[in-house]
Write a protein that binds this ligand. Structure first.
Ligand SMILES: *Cc1c(COP(=O)(O)O)cnc(C)c1O
Length: 436
């Protein structure tokens, strides 16, 4: 049993302590249902005020209004079979081709998925299939850096690949030398991130992709976060190192619409360099009593709403809308970095290149400032960061919704750091994702 599985089981035991709630014997009135549910939201983070650095990406009231109207039309549709719902098939292919164009994938082909994790699972599965068919690999491995997203570990675990993890350099980027030592003839997939979630730096994609190409392995750029930021930073004239299909050797890219694409949850895009490579992702089957079954992704029955929301958001915002949101996002992230660095006791790890950053205790201040305690004091002031480790730090995914409140945040941060001087949080747990 893997380490991941052991800790998952330990959490399950905790979750079982929750209250049981039976199905009511008669239905509740609609207003009571709504009031009860809305009442439960009282303890949730205050994302509508821009006080949450991650999880929700707020594109503004006009966009919300559009998305709510789309929901009224597409809440019930099913993308399982696009012969029944050709509208959904069209929305998917038109959305995918828009993303392919953004990422300079002239021959690229792909699908919309339910999220970054599913896009990554599909990249892992496609790489395994290609290695098996084209290189007869029966014991495949995948090479990543310590900054790669946990979803790659999930994919290796689900699909039976050996995971080879390499240390990051002192600047938190993947280390091509370590990759060269880890890649071998059984490597089917090499991974780089643009940017990596924990510290927001962009891995040296051209060097890593060249190492993959040398053995004929797939190379995946994880742009779950950067896919809807880096293209617009570039068109706004900001410096962006190479990461997309213009880099030789990059065979697949994930870009999450439901993050900085500003689409509500449930949709990401996976792209392969060409249709031949995409074939390794899909599942086609005709050996049961229910008829021909072809599916692009993990899901069977598949909600149509996320596909409609993706199409609607891409077309409502357009390039100009994304540039406006990206400009606000990057301006806010840079101001946050500068503001954190101006406060004694806290520091930003590395040199974040887009909209993600990690705040840690400033070197030399370890016995006076505990960044987790600072995080607790910020929660009391209504601000929410995920905790991450190692090293102990508070994560921020900045988006346009944070722009109006960033100066208030920096005032509260200075206050929080002063308030908790000399105190240490007893609870050292981190919480990127939870079970129940
Ligand atoms: C969010 C994220 C993922 C996983 O995506 P989900 O949509 O949460 O499943 C993968 N990689 C990176 C870099 C991410 O930020």
């Amino acid at each position: 049993m893997s380490d991941a599985q052991v800790s998952a089981d330990a959490r399950l035991v905790l979750a079982l302590a929750c209250d049981a709630m039976p199905l009511p014997s008669t239905g509740m009135a609609a207003d009571d249902v709504i009031n009860t549910l809305v009442g439960k939201q009282g303890g949730d983070v205050r994302w509508k005020d821009g006080r949450t650095f991650g999880m929700i990406y707020d594109g503004g009231p006009d966009l919300h209004d559009l998305q709510e109207r789309v929901a009224a039309h597409f809440l019930h549709e099913n993308a399982l079979n696009t012969m029944a719902f050709p509208s959904l098939g069209q929305m998917q292919s038109e959305s995918v081709s828009a993303v392919a164009e953004m990422l300079h994938g002239d021959t690229a082909a792909g699908f919309l998925t339910s999220g970054g994790t599913e896009s990554i699972l599909m990249a892992v599965k496609a790489a395994r299939e290609r290695g098996r068919k084209e290189r007869n690999i029966t014991e495949p491995n995948i090479v990543v850096a310590d900054n790669a997203h946990a979803a790659f570990h999930k994919g290796a675990y689900y699909f039976g690949l050996e995971m080879r993890k390499t240390p990051v350099r002192s600047d938190w980027r993947a280390d091509p030398e370590a990759f060269a030592g880890a890649v071998d003839d059984n490597t089917v997939l090499v991974v780089g991130s643009a940017p990596a979630y924990p510290q927001g730096v962009i891995d040296p994609i051209p060097e890593l992709a060249a190492i993959a190409a040398e053995v004929g392995a797939n190379f995946h750029t994880d742009a779950c976060m950067g896919g809807f930021v880096l293209p617009f930073m570039e068109s706004l004239g900001m410096e962006v190192p190479p990461w997309d299909f213009r880099v030789p050797g990059v065979t697949s890219i994930s870009a999450d619409l439901h993050k900085l694409g500003y689409v509500p949850k449930g949709v990401s895009c996976i792209l392969h360099r060409d249709k031949e490579l995409r074939r390794y992702q899909t599942f086609v089957f005709d050996g049961w009593l229910g008829g021909f079954y072809a599916s692009p992704n993990m899901q069977g029955t598949r909600p149509g709403l996320p596909l409609a929301l993706a199409w609607a958001t891409l077309h409502f915002l357009g390039r100009e809308g994304y540039e406006r949101l990206t400009e606000a996002t990057i301006r806010t992230a840079r101001r946050m970095i500068e503001g954190i660095r101006a406060i004694d006791g806290v520091a930003v790890l590395g040199e974040p290149q887009a909209h993600l950053l990690a705040m840690a205790t400033e070197p030399g201040w370890e016995d006076r400032v505990d960044v987790f305690k600072v995080g607790d004091a910020l929660v009391e002031r209504g601000w929410f960061h995920d905790r991450q480790a190692p090293p102990d730090s508070l994560h921020s995914t900045v988006s346009a919704g944070n722009a109006p409140v960033i100066e208030d945040y920096l005032v509260d941060l200075a206050d929080a750091v002063a308030e908790v001087a000399g105190q240490r949080a007893d609870d050292r747990s981190t919480n990127y994702a939870t079970l129940e």
